[in-house]
Design a protein around this ligand. Structure first.
Ligand SMILES: Cc1cc2nc3c(=O)[nH]c(=O)nc-3n(C[C@H](O)[C@H](O)[C@H](O)COP(=O)(O)OP(=O)(O)OC[C@H]3O[C@@H](n4cnc5c(N)ncnc54)[C@H](O)[C@@H]3O)c2cc1C
Length: 323
């Protein structure tokens, strides 16, 4: 029997889609190992998020609703997660791999003296976790032998849990966090506002590499993205050059994405970039070098100069859209 607790992420009173693969992971785990799937919603004024969480097959949704949890801090959230995990006798504590999960889960694991597997891509019949190593070049089978196990879940590898009729029960969690006693203080959250979809949630992504040569080429990337309602991505070379902000980086040390359609434009397809996007359903590559490694994973490849090919592509899409 292996109860699983999943920490749900939310924003502006709405459950984030990024949590749905972790719900699917939990359902898969309890399907194989027995036990119950529970969700924890922590924050301030999170009633509607908790109601939404009842629609994904959890036996219980634990609601830690308190002013002291209004702004995420690893130090204030950890005791809440640990308390709920202990109360419900969790065998696994999980969340989708996000910036928050990368920050929170190792601390939870340390507090619970739990072994941890990060970026889990599958659960074996024995209840072990599969995860990639060496930029996805090898997969390892991880058996965690501690009574409690912590897992971050690679969102692109589990189909989002489907929404169903509300079921299960909500349980209030009493929160006793003294923010003044913590060694860290929340000052402010500087959000980057964009009309484009979030990289990890977008159905279409247009990514540019060093071949764009900076601003001039990225204007073309932006134009194509806006036409398709897509998110914009970038390689690390682009981010390191300061051409794009680092939250757009796709890859091993950036975001892992798996959209329906991924445009890879003027990027070579280095192994560290492929590690973040090769799960995309359809990959279209435009590169002037026919030997570029990106063509080994592309479904459609165009050997061309992007400064010529992208404007032509934009023009053709505009024609189709206005027809
Ligand atoms: C530990 C580690 C982690 C890393 N993590 C990441 C990561 O998360 N994400 C990531 O992206 N990288 C990562 N990298 C860096 C990675 O190894 C590559 O250096 C990087 O991805 C290269 O970026 P690029 O493809 O934009 O540039 P390049 O490799 O320089 O490729 C540019 C491409 O553009 C093409 N090109 C040039 N001009 C044109 C044109 N006019 N039209 C069409 N094509 C053109 C060229 O043929 C070339 O293929 C990491 C590296 C290390 C060591």
């Amino acid at each position: 029997m292996g109860n699983v607790l999943v920490i749900a992420e939310h924003k502006d009173g709405t459950l984030k889609k990024v949590s749905l693969p972790a719900f699917a992971f939990a359902r898969d785990y309890v399907g194989k190992q027995g036990g119950e799937f529970h969700i924890l919603v922590a924050g301030c004024n999170v009633g509607t998020v908790a109601d939404e969480c009842l629609c994904y097959g959890a036996a219980r949704v634990h609601v830690a609703d308190h002013e002291s949890l209004k702004n995420y801090l690893c130090e204030s959230y950890t005791p809440v997660v640990v308390q709920v995990a202990k109360d419900m006798n969790a065998e696994v504590v999980a969340a989708t791999t996000t910036a928050i999960a990368k920050d929170l889960l190792p601390r939870v694991a340390a507090r619970m003296k739990a072994g941890m597997a990060s970026d889990v891509t599958a659960i074996t019949d024995k209840g072990h976790f599969e995860r990639p190593v060496w930029a996805g070049n090898a997969m390892v089978d991880v058996e965690i032998t501690t009574p409690v196990k912590v897992a971050s879940v690679r969102g692109t590898e589990f189909e989002p849990a489907p929404r169903q009729d509300a079921a299960g029960e909500k349980v209030d969690v009493s929160v006793d966090v003294d923010l003044g006693a913590l060694k860290k203080r929340f000052l402010q959250f500087e959000e980057i506002k964009s009309d484009r979809p979030e990289l990890t949630e977008a159905a279409v992504i247009v990514s540019g590499g060093r071949g764009t040569k900076g601003d001039e080429g990225f204007k073309l990337i932006d134009k194509l993205a806006d036409l398709l309602g897509a998110a914009v991505g970038a390689t690390r070379a682009v981010v390191d050059a300061g051409w794009q902000p680092n939250d757009l980086q796709v890859g091993q040390t950036g975001k892992v994405v798996a959209p329906d359609l991924y445009f890879a434009i003027g990027l070579s397809g280095a192994i560290q970039h492929l590690a973040g996007m090769k799960g995309s359903k359809v990959i279209v590559a435009i590169n002037k070098d026919e030997e570029a490694p990106i063509f080994t994973v592309a479904d459609y490849g165009l050997v061309a100069d992007l400064f010529k090919a992208v404007p032509e592509l934009v023009e053709e899409i505009q024609k189709v859209k206005s027809a």
